[in-house]
Design a protein around this ligand. Sequence first.
Ligand SMILES: Cc1ncc(COP(=O)(O)O)c(C=O)c1O
Length: 360
Amino acid sequence: MGRVFNFSAGPAVLPEEVLKEAAEEMLDYQGTGMSVMEMSHRSAAFEKIITDAENDLRDLMGIPDNYKVLFLQGGASLQFSMIPMNLMKHGTADYIVTGQWAKKAYEEAKKYGKVNKIASSEDKTFSYIPDCRDLPVSEDADYVYICENNTIYGTKFKELPDTKGKTLVADVSSCFLSEPVDVTKYGMLFGGAQKNIGPAGVVIAIIREDLITDEVMEGTPTMMKYKTHADAKSLYNTPPAYGIYICGKVFKWLKKQGGLQAMKERNERKAKILYDFLDSSKLFKGTVEKKDRSLMNVPFVTGDKDLDAKFVKEAKEAGLENLKGHRSVGGMRASIYNAMPEEGVKALVEFMDKFEKENL
Ligand SMILES: Cc1ncc(COP(=O)(O)O)c(C=O)c1O
């Protein structure tokens, strides 16, 4: 069987070019006679891989010199603990809860200090982004936390909240590198690689230097201190070396595509094809407020559970995989990350149109 169009929310589709290149280099990475998987993380060859990856990411995102780029492990979920342990210097933080991932981060942070939920969209099943222009930001908050793109519900902050001068911390797992960002607006942004960047096992954190100090919560494990990893340039211990190598290849691929502005245009074009169809369909409908729609994760339903299940099954038979919605919400979800080609979205819409005609 050939490759399918894979709409998984993560681990997710990667650029075919990158996979082919990695396959070619599998047994002998650039004349070293070994795979990157077999290589010392202290070798000159790996040193170049990780340095190039960081530099390419800095170029792509325009990361200023006073921000560190860290390649970490433990999934995006470990950041839910590392953030309060490292950044809650005065014991208080504000959280905006716009989905399950933000809620998990909020619940975890409660273990470490006083945590305020200053906005939420849980009242309408997280189907919108609350107005964040004038929030009751706490006087003594060490940071304000958001999940910028809500993978499960398919909403995205189109405008960052007004944090009233407080440090903004954002989980960008599912919108990483999907469009240009102004890094200076954040104290920290982070995400798991397995959606838009590379294999699971790598987490990338971009943190303003002044936030990386020895002043962390008592008892914070060495491995969970940002300073440990910043001082050692992400080589304190054995990093997820092969994953970083693939991320590096994706960064180069993105540069070749024209960088993040080009990706944004491409992603907008792709998402429009799907949203336009949903808006005109008599069978399918989108589940979130139009103004807050994500470019990356597009949930939709027919309104009938059995028909949803039939759709997912028949779509799979047609080579359109992983369209089942998150287990907590049901329905369907198409994740259309950077590496999903426009033909994939067109194939999905054609299939939906056919299914609608057969089932309405
Ligand atoms: C926005 C967001 N944050 C965090 C996570 C958790 O990531 P991980 O499984 O790497 O811990 C996910 C995973 O799907 C996610 O979509």
